[in-house]
Ligand binder design. Structure first.
Ligand code: DQQ
Length: 486
């Protein structure tokens, strides 16, 4: 069986991980926390794992930062949250979970808790008065109340918490505090009707809200949690924010792939907004398969879940959200291959002979010509029985990852996932792909991204093929680097 463990994406040495938490730059170093089950490679009571990096590329694993306190408000889990510098004191705010039985219905009581560190983030002491927000706003019947995100305005702290109001819709609740300990509920920062489908359905409950600005534009990111949604997905809204009121210009899907969720954003010392998301495993959920949260393949592998690469978010001159991999990742580049001016003829194979692999970075610039769609296949077997297709449909203005033929394993999630991307009349297609064994991350023309997990069955599914349909296209250049772990 192929080894699917990513080599240069972040994941703990073993066991289960999910959401990234509390990323912060402290004394120049990037600290990353994450939801972690120390017991095994399956979902379980969340702890906070911790790692540190000087450069966003090389990560050193550190001891657990938070673990549940028996009998405490986080007895059944230290759920997601954030990290801030509170006037020189590193502080975590997170959701404490306690399982409760309400009239025979099992659920989690969710409250907001604090922890601080006095040794440069190595060990954490929980605030003795936890929880600092012991209940959701009186009078609101909430479906959930979790994942605090903090920021400061004129010396006052603001916090948003992911929620959903029964019978109404998903919402982000806004709080204010002078000291991080006493909190006053203000109002919803943003909510949607549960039935709204225009331009997309945004579920009943939002998780892991993130709120920050890019220049004069404010950005709200939420995780759409409902199982009825096509699994989980991430939505974002650009808008204006004044007097604690956010006025969105619209709402859209953030990552157009199927395997990206619960992102966290930080502003680093250079002023960049850097974002990581969780990419869950995508097998074991198919018909007849066991749940993706726990399955025999994950148990055998000893690990489950991975983070996406650090992404830099910007506001582009055209007003769109820009997304690009952090340039620090260049440090991972090994042997370089470059090909130029390759004519792509419709429906024929252009399998590259010079390079194969499952840990690669690929940058391809394609002049669309008369082709109606074009792109590339990765992890191709020699006779094309297996492959994963990354395709831009010029006619439809749509980009997708097609993993219908990415594996023979019947438990692997298949399907075609993507979304709208309209290129300008003369704009070449610019694909930037990171392939790291079972994770594929694609950045398209600096303004769309897609993340998916793939598990090719054949050990020789390592080829790269360039494709065009409906006409001819020209690959102006394709640069490929072998990438090894840091
Ligand atoms: N995961 C955490 C929650 C959050 C969810 C628990 C999102 O705090 O809402 O592990 O994946």
């Amino acid at each position: 069986m192929n080894d699917d463990r990513p080599q240069y994406h972040f994941l703990p040495p073993a066991n289960w991980m999910n959401d990234p938490n509390g990323v912060i730059q402290w004394k120049g170093h990037y600290h990353l926390f994450y939801q972690y089950n120390p017991v095994g490679p399956f979902w379980g009571t969340p702890h906070w794992g911790h790692a540190v990096s000087p450069d966003l590329v090389r990560w050193t694993h550190l001891p657990l930062a938070l673990m549940p306190t028996p009998g405490g408000p986080d007895a059944d889990g230290c759920w997601s949250g954030c990290a801030v510098d509170n006037d020189g004191r590193p502080t975590l705010m997170y959701t404490g979970a306690v399982m409760v039985d309400t009239d025979g219905q099992l659920g989690y009581r969710q409250t907001q808790c604090l922890a601080t560190s006095t040794d440069d983030l190595l060990t954490w002491q929980k605030y003795s008065g936890n929880p600092v927000i012991p209940m959701s706003p009186p009078g609101l019947e909430v479906l959930g109340f979790r994942d605090p995100c903090l920021w400061q305005e004129d010396g006052v702290w603001y916090c948003i918490i992911g929620s959903g109001i029964r019978g109404e819709g998903p919402t982000v609740l806004l709080y204010r505090s002078e000291n991080l300990v006493q909190w006053e509920y203000l109002k919803p920062l943003f909510s949607r009707d549960a039935h709204s489908i225009d331009p997309l359905w945004t579920g009943l409950m939002w998780e892991c809200p993130q709120f920050f600005c890019l220049g004069d534009t404010s950005v709200l990111i939420v995780g759409v949690a409902d199982a009825e949604a096509p699994r989980f997905y991430t939505a974002y809204a650009l808008g204006s924010y004044a007097d604690h009121t956010f006025i969105p210009d619209g709402i859209a899907r953030f990552d157009l792939g199927a395997d990206f969720y619960a992102p966290i954003a930080m502003r680093d010392e250079r002023g960049r907004i850097i974002l990581w998301g969780w990419s869950p495993e995508a097998r074991g959920a198919g018909p007849g398969g066991t749940a993706w949260r726990d399955n025999p393949i994950q148990r055998a592998a000893g690990w489950a879940g991975v983070l996406t690469l650090p992404r830099i978010l910007t506001l582009r001159p055209d007003g769109l959200l820009g997304v690009a991999p952090a340039p620090e990742l260049h440090a991972l580049r090994g042997t370089h291959h470059r090909l130029t001016n390759i004519d792509l003829t419709p429906d024929s194979s252009h399998l590259l002979e010079v390079v194969r692999g499952d840990c690669l970075e690929i940058i391809a610039t394609v002049e669309l010509g008369t082709a109606t769609s074009c792109g590339l296949k990765v992890r191709c077997s020699p006779q094309d029985e297996e492959h994963t297709l990354i395709l831009y449909d010029h006619t439809a203005g749509h980009v997708c990852i097609d993993r219908e033929r990415s594996s023979f394993d019947p438990t692997v999630v298949r399907g075609i996932d993507g979304g709208a991307l309209v290129l300008g009349p003369e704009e070449p297609l610019a694909l930037h792909v990171f392939l790291d064994r079972s994770i594929v991350e694609v950045y398209v023309n600096g303004r769309a991204c897609l993340t998916e997990r793939i598990y090719p069955s054949r050990p020789d599914s390592l080829g790269i093929d360039l494709v065009a349909h409906g006409g001819r296209a020209t690959v102006l250049s394709v640069d490929i680097w072998d990438v090894s772990g840091p």
